[in-house]
Design a binder for this molecule. Sequence first.
Ligand code: NAD
Length: 360
Amino acid sequence: MRRTILVTGGAGFIGSAVIRHLINDTNHTVINLDKLTYAGNLESLASVSSNERYTFEKVDICDAEEVKRVLSTHQPDLIMHLAAESHVDRSIDGPGEFIQTNVVGTYTLLEQARAYYAQLDDTKRQAFKFHHISTDEVYGDLPHPDDFEDDTNLPLFTEETPYAPSSPYSASKASSDQLVRSWHRTYKLPVVITNCSNNYGPYHFPEKLIPLVVLNALAGKPLPIYGKGNQIRDWLYVEDHARALVLVALKGKVGETFNIGGHNEKQNLEVVNTICCILDELMPGKSSYADQITYVEDRPGHDMRYAIDASKIEKELGWKPKESFESGIRKTVQWYIDNKAWWQSVQDGSYQGERLGTGK
Ligand code: NAD
């Protein structure tokens, strides 16, 4: 069945991957609602923005009247909510924006979705879902394998793991998850929630670890490693996440939570060394890029290990990641080499000229 899907935060890293997937691989119609903060870049949607099934609305999720207008104008069958402030370091320097967008913004969207849902006819009500996209960081962190004598059976985050967020970012996401759950329990809003591990891939804003390392390496700049670099993250290729999200939005059982992860646990230092090895091969310089690695003071409250048990989504919805870390990281490095215009416009700020664009 052809659906109209409202995607919030569709100009961001994961939202743009979801929209490219929806336009290229399905026949659904997409409304992209995005405020275009520093993290929103319409250039990431250049390949699909002229498609007649795509519309852009420059709107802040905290603006109740504008959200209401978008819902009544486009009459979506599904809402996929990705809009958020997403960078942990920025949340430590200035938590206010994270509370505003991630908590107040999600509350505003939930209230408008509730009012919209209440006036739908029976057929549309049965199909409607509010899909809240979140992170595994809400669970806090897991003990590091170095703390175990036998590291064969290490614990993983499951959908039942209690919340224990460490940073203002993860605390704001945990709050928004709980708001979404309570709107389901109290107001019967049909919701699904997903919690995913670290994503990587094309169109990732250069402040995040993987693009930062690729671009600093190419520019001959230091490759900063927090602490000892032994923090473990579970990496998932962004296009695998986008497929999982659309599957959950369409087929996930109302009221359920699904963890999404790639079974790719890597220490940060290992990720940086892998990128350096790929660059040594693809763009050989006078010495190895690994010589640019520089250790810097650890992030306060830095989580040691994240690792996801994704067996529920695999069993119930038949999702599996297609990309191994080895092939995904190689594709990602190659993408940054081939797409200089995209990241240069981010680095020199000219991508912000797109902010006035309204699509169609
Ligand atoms: P991003 O920072 O790349 O993009 C966020 C998007 O939201 C941007 O386009 C921005 O303009 C928009 N936005 C921000 N504030 C807004 C507001 N008030 N109103 C409307 N739009 C607004 O983030 P991302 O990495 O694509 O993450 C998307 C979602 O997925 C977030 O909710 C994040 O918590 C979650 N998530 C991210 C990861 C990851 O590894 N990046 C992993 C798991 C979950």
